[in-house]
Design a binder for this molecule. Sequence first.
Ligand code: BDR
Ligand code: CA
Length: 325
Amino acid sequence: KRKIILDVDTGSDDAVAIMSAVLSPDLQLEAVCSVAGNKDIDKTTENTLRVIQLLGADVPVYRGCREPLVKFLCPDRLPKRGASKPVLKDGKEVQMHADYLDIPAAVIREQAISAPEFYVQYLRAAKEPVTIVAVGPLTNVAMALLLDNSILNKIEEIVVMGGGYNITNTSPSAEFNIWYDPEAAQRVFHCGAKVTIVPLDATHAACVTLEDCARFRALGTVSGNFAAELCEQRITVHDDSQPLAVPHAAAVHDAVCVAYLIDPSVLKDVRHVHCDVGFRDFCEGQTILDPRYYTEEKNCYFAFDGDRFKFVDILCDLFARDKKA
Ligand code: BDR
Ligand code: CA
């Protein structure tokens, strides 16, 4: 089994990623770390605990950073963030990420140490390399490397949901996770570990349709039902705000990273590239790929496409394994 640590800002698609990782027989989920992003750190931590509890999983949760790195140090650099616009479904307002996931409040609690401290303690002691799957802003991972860079020896791969080449979702040039903490992203992209970037180009291609949601629900499991509910909500918001090439479909970004670890062919057209992050003005949070491949060191694998049929089949297999009905 491949050991992984998930880093999340739960978040509706993070919730699907967590459930997928918990249910996978190929992955051993060692811990889940929360980070501020989609919502503040209290909410992303509570939502993460709710999902773990819903599945009855025995996985420790560590609370992570509450602010992006440089923006914490220099508050005047906090960008003006437009709140995501709620849309109406059956007369009710829906957003891509509700403040709190609509499942029972967490009774289980997070661990005593913070996420960056956990990374350092855990990786120093690890006997074999571990994969980090970071599907929120990269603040915790950068902070852990700042605390102790030698943990790199214990990292097999860092799989990042973030960025975009032809697609953006937060500004004309940026995807949300990278835009939220661009300095952390740049540090992680250049840390020297194997970094695989799963950008919007891949996650929009590997989308989930209303028919796929019906398949999830037909499994009759807790995870299948909850995933169907979350994805349907995401489809409503996508249809209104950023329709995909496939009609009535949604990107479930974060879960694509977990699916990739189960079957790498979920990602298509993966190229070894040089990738930097823009910091200023129009480029803030942009993933900038260098086409001058012959002059620059390649630091990341970047997926330009995804396979939605494989992705949905993997999710169905995972949700079918859920013992909870
Ligand atoms: C990413 O941003 C978040 O809103 C999602 O959870 C995903 O990780 C997509 O841009
Ligand atoms: Ca996320």
